[in-house]
Design a protein around this ligand. Structure first.
Ligand code: C2E
Ligand code: MG
Ligand code: MG
Length: 686
């Protein structure tokens, strides 16, 4: 490689002798080219404009002192080796020159070619090494500056640690996100300065360092109340950590998680989370030798509240019930809302199944405390079905299904109570499903018949009316009585189309009987809760009657005491409507439904029908006799007539007649019979 040498000397011979001495440059693996200057000014010009590898500088120059030139060169920051030349050796001068920045020093009259070559090559080598070092340092400095500016420009907070976890660098984002002052924090242990990072960062940091691999983790940084994600990158001598603020992402995730797993009205777990918890409870229970209880709770009168007071009140009621249910259970158990007024409770840790009855009673009592909403007192109750793991199923969905079945039994038992699942219940449930399918098919095929039972006026001993009683002519099972299917019709809504068919059929029948001469005969029609509460039912009824050409006076509507009393305000309103339309109104099964006399007085009724349970033993049972007497007296007092049901014997009839009972109905005269047979009865007793 060609090295460029500048010779600054006014003496041509001296310059020549240097060049000659360096002629055998091959010995050093260097080749030289030479520039020459005869005074300091010329020399400096070359130095400032050309890259050089070595300078020979004469101490005595015509225009300047060599020492001065040396200083000026060095002042320009030029580090090229400078070998000073003097006329003769002078130790003191040599020291002075070296101090001023000379690289070497030779005496002109004693130049040994080999030695000069050696000294020049050594100076050049040293210079090149120094130059290389400076360049590397400059490059490093530049790249450091770039890194710092990159770290400043990223949005993440960045810190770097040494292997002892001392902080060695942090960007300004780290200062603000982690709330640290770099002055105080640098060179200190990161967990000493930022103790709130330790609980979730320490383990990952140690692991990343140990395995020398990237790790990420996240946690809450309480001083700034932010959720941070940390990306840890260990290198050979330090560890870089990037923190990003994931608070918003966390919030979104939490919100999504909440929406997916919780009921927004009550804040309770929804069906998805319930199933999840149930599965967990079932997994844990066997090895802890525990049972798990699944409680299916359904509010009893919720629909009425919702319909009559509006959805806002309904929602408030549900929230209050949710809170009460929660208050009854232990932590570790779950209350969930899985539908309108359906709550499911998991008792995850039952030591003995007997313990459950206490909790069940607590739940029932808690719900039944009156709830005040918009200055109104509301009374709701709950029916609860219970299934137990492992006896009633080992699978979450089976347990839930069985608890649901048991809940229906609690409803059937009269509500506001609980019922435990049993296999017999399952059988009943599946019978019930078959019953429903059969019923629907039979409604289409019109497999129903109306039977008629005479009602006799005790003053004349004549039939004055007939109660229409439904029978189901089942294709396989034969004749079925209403007790077996009327509740299912009511609950499934089948009663609506079926009820219309009954009305249409009995209207035609009554017209026929009127036409053949029994022109004052009336018919008593039973209507169910659902029909009674249906908005347009009275209009529909009226239109059937008009179509048949009948008058409403010939129809007596029978409602059970239970239907009337379950919502007295509504009953009052409907009954007035029916009464205004001209129907005669009877309360059926009277004595079984806790009527309030105060209410009874307000109702626009015509007749009370004493329930057959009082009549069957009216002669022998003193209580039944007393009750029957009292009902008859009270009914007359209210200006109503009274009918006794279940009059089975002649003795019954006579006795009731003496008590002043107005009408009697029962096997004594006849069971309910098909229309053709009823005509025969009419012919004898009308
Ligand atoms: P209910 O309205 O109280 O009808 C009287 C029930 O007592 C009838 O039972 C009748 O057969 C029975 N009965 C009559 N006399 C005697 C007697 O001397 N001794 C005894 N032990 N029982 C007697 P049935 O026909 O089985 O009807 C049962 C209930 O089903 C009815 O009670 C009524 O609530 C309901 N039901 C019947 N038909 C209809 C209908 O068309 N629509 C609606 N919604 N319900 C109906
Ligand atoms: Mg009846
Ligand atoms: Mg009755």
């Amino acid at each position: 490689m060609l090295r460029k040498i500048l010779l600054i000397d006014d003496d041509d011979v001296d310059r020549m002798s240097i060049k000659r001495a360096l002629k055998h440059s091959e010995k050093t693996n260097m080749e030289f080219s030479f520039s020459e200057a005869s005074d300091a000014q010329l020399g400096l010009n070359i130095i400032l404009n050309e890259p050089l590898d070595c300078i020979f500088l004469d101490y005595l120059l015509p225009d300047s002192d060599g020492l001065e030139v040396l200083r000026r060169i060095r002042e320009h920051g030029i580090i090229t080796p400078i070998i000073m030349m003097t006329g003769h050796g002078d130790e003191k001068l040599a020291v002075k020159l070296m101090k001023a920045g000379a690289t070497d020093y030779i005496t002109k009259n004693s130049i040994d070619a080999d030695e000069l070559l050696l000294r020049v090559s050594r100076s050049i080598h040293a210079y090149e090494a120094e130059k290389q070092k400076l360049e590397t340092e400059a490059a490093l400095h530049k790249s450091n500056e770039q890194i710092v500016s990159i770290l400043e420009s990223i949005s993440d907070a960045f810190i770097s640690l040494d292997q002892e976890f001392n902080l060695i660098h942090l960007n300004s984002q780290a200062e603000s996100l982690l709330l640290i002052d770099p002055q105080q924090a640098l060179r200190k242990n990161v967990f000493e300065v930022l103790p709130f990072l330790e609980p979730w960062l320490n383990i990952s940091l140690t692991l990343a360092q140990k395995n020398n691999s990237h790790l990420e983790c996240e946690g809450e940084y309480s001083p700034s109340q932010r959720w941070l994600e940390a990306q840890i990158y260990p290198t050979e001598d330090n560890i870089s950590i990037y923190f990003s603020d994931i608070t918003q992402r966390r919030k979104n995730e939490e919100r999504l998680n909440y929406l997916a797993n919780y009921d927004s009205l009550t804040g309770l777990p929804n069906r998805i989370l319930l199933m999840d918890r149930l599965v967990q409870a079932l997994t844990r229970a066997p090895w802890r030798k525990r049972q798990v209880g699944v409680l299916f709770c359904d509010l009893d009168r919720f629909k009425i509240v919702n319909d009559s007071l509006g959805h806002d009140a309904g929602d408030r009621l549900l929230s209050i019930v949710a809170d009460r249910l929660k208050d009854c259970i232990r932590c570790g158990d779950t209350v969930s809302r899985i539908g309108g007024d359906e709550f499911v409770i998991i008792l995850a840790d039952l030591a003995r199944s007997e313990d459950i009855s206490t909790i069940l009673q607590k739940l029932i009592d808690a719900v039944s405390v009156p709830i005040r909403i918009n200055s109104q007192e509301l009374f709701v109750t709950v029916s609860i079905g219970v299934s137990l793991f492992p006896d009633d199923g080992v699978d979450a969905s089976i347990l839930l299904k069985n608890a649901d079945i048991a809940m229906y039994s609690a409803k059937d038992k009269g509500k506001n109570c609980y019922h435990l699942y049993s296999n017999a219940l399952e059988e009943r449930h599946s019978n019930r499903l078959t019953l429903e399918t059969d019923l629907r098919r039979s409604v289409e095929n019109q497999d129903f018949i109306i039977y008629y039972q005479p009602i006799v006026d005790t003053q004349t001993d004549k039939i004055v009316s007939a109660e229409a009683l439904l029978r189901w002519q089942h294709p396989e099972r034969g004749l079925i009585f209403p007790d077996e299917f009327i509740v299912a019709c009511e609950e499934t809504g089948i009663i609506m189309p079926l009820g219309n068919w009954i009305i249409e059929t009995l209207c035609q029948q009554l017209v026929e009987w009127h036409q053949i001469g029994f022109d004052d005969l009336r018919i008593a029609l039973n209507i169910s809760n659902r029909q009674f509460n249906h908005e347009s039912f009275n209009q529909d009824l009226m239109s059937y009657i008009h179509q048949a050409g009948l008058s409403p006076q010939s129809i007596q509507i029978e409602l059970t005491e239970h239907i009337v009393m379950s919502n007295i305000e509504r009953a009052l309103q409907h009954l007035h409507n029916y009464r205004d339309m001209g129907f005669s109104l009877a309360v059926d099964d009277f004595g079984t439904g806790y009527s309030s006399l105060a209410h009874l007085k307000l109702l626009p009724l015509n007749t009370l029908k004493i329930d057959k349970s009082f009549i069957l033993n009216v002669i022998n049972d003193k209580n039944d006799m007393a009750i029957t007497k009292a009902i008859i007296a009270m009914t007359h007092e209210l200006g109503l007539t009274v009918t006794a049901e279940g009059v089975e014997t002649d003795a019954h009839y006579k006795f009731l007649k003496t008590l002043g009972c107005d009408y009697c109905q029962g096997y004594w005269m006849s069971r309910a019979v098909p229309a053709e047979e009823f005509v025969k009865l009419l012919k004898q007793h009308y």
